[in-house]
Design a binder for this molecule. Structure first.
Ligand SMILES: [Zn+2]
Length: 146
C-alpha cells in the first residue's frame, strides 16, 4: 500500500496558535479554509476559538482603537473630501469619510475639510464673474446673429 504525501505530512492540528493566527487573518487560504471547516463541524472548537479570541493580546483588532489606527493610514484624498462636501460620493465612501471625520476625528482631514469648505463658500465672487463672462458671451452671440 502506497502512502500519499498528505499522510506522511499530516496537516498541523488545530491548536490555539493556529486559531490565533486564524483570528489575526494570518493564515494561508488553505489553512484558513481548514480551520473554517473544522469550526463548522465542531461546537467544541468554536468555543475554543471564542476563548482564544477573548484571551489574545491583540483582541482589539476590531475595536474602535484599531479602526482609528487603520483609518489614520487610509486618509481620503483631498479630492474625495471635496466630493464629500459636494455630496457626490457613493454612499459607502461617504460613510467612511463621515466616520473618519466625525468619529476618528482625524485632525489632518478635518483641517483639509475646513479649508475646502472655506473654498466652496468663497465663490460668490467667482459666480458673479461667471455671470459677467456669460453676459459678455451672450453679447457676442447676439453680435454674431446680426
Ligand atoms: Zn485623515
Amino acid at each position: 500500500m502506497i502512502h500519499s504525501e498528505a499522510e506522511r505530512t499530516p496537516p498541523a492540528p488545530i491548536d490555539d496558535e493556529l486559531l490565533r493566527a486564524y483570528l489575526a487573518d494570518a493564515l494561508i487560504a488553505e489553512d484558513s479554509a481548514r480551520v473554517e471547516k473544522a469550526l463548522r463541524d465542531s461546537a467544541e472548537l468554536r468555543a475554543r476559538l471564542e476563548e482564544v479570541r477573548q484571551g489574545r493580546q491583540d483582541a482589539q483588532l476590531h475595536t474602535l482603537g484599531a479602526i482609528w489606527h487603520r483609518s489614520r493610514l487610509t486618509c481620503p484624498t483631498r479630492q474625495q473630501l471635496g466630493s464629500f462636501l459636494l455630496d457626490v460620493l457613493d454612499p459607502g465612501l461617504a460613510d467612511y469619510i463621515r466616520f473618519h471625520i466625525e468619529v476618528v476625528e482625524c485632525p489632518f482631514c478635518r483641517a483639509n475639510l475646513t479649508d475646502l469648505e472655506a473654498q466652496t463658500q468663497a465663490p460668490t465672487g467667482s459666480k458673479s464673474r461667471q455671470r459677467r463672462i456669460l453676459q459678455s458671451s451672450q453679447h457676442l452671440l447676439g453680435e454674431e446673429k446680426r
